[in-house]
Design a protein around this ligand. Structure first.
Ligand SMILES: [Zn+2]
Length: 151
């Protein structure tokens, strides 16, 4: 992806897991991984603009709800796709197959869904700042360092 003069759009930034303030720095240290600790290991501050990634105690606690909603949305999408292309019937096991395949898909997508829900979550609290180069991010006081990334 190029980083020209035009800033990333909201969706490109949120779905690509970029810092919501500058939309340049990456939120996560590692690539998507099945190792949960590695997968959700975030930079304490954005490496580009200095925005803290954890702006209050237990900040990412709410992402459980976001990933739940994302999982429901994925299931809804696979349900519709299955209905259109394969169909459902009471006389065979097609419904069971959809449940099984959807469950496998959700488990496979889980590392990515966890990251996406964190990225979306922080993007709802930290606004894009077009002057991020000139001014520092505001400081957040409600941080307990010992509790960081502990959720
Ligand atoms: Zn940033």
């Amino acid at each position: 992806m190029t980083t020209g003069n035009k800033p990333r759009g909201y969706f490109a930034s949120a779905f690509g897991c970029y810092c919501p303030r500058c939309r340049e720095g990456k939120l996560f240290k590692n690539k998507v991984s099945a190792n949960i600790r590695r997968n959700t290991d975030m930079y304490e501050r954005c490496t580009v603009c200095g925005q803290p990634s954890e702006i209050e105690v237990g900040f990412y606690y709410g992402t459980g709800y976001v990933s739940y909603i994302l999982a429901v949305m994925v299931s809804g999408a696979t349900f519709v796709a299955w209905w259109l292309f394969i169909g459902f019937s009471f006389s065979d096991n097609r419904f069971i197959w959809w449940i099984v395949i959807n469950a496998i898909l959700l488990i496979g997508l889980q590392p990515w869904l966890m990251r996406l829900s964190r990225s979306l979550w922080i993007s709802w609290f930290v606004r894009y700042d077009e002057h991020w180069k000139e001014q520092l991010p505001k400081d957040y006081e409600r941080i307990v360092p010992g509790q960081m990334n502990n959720w």
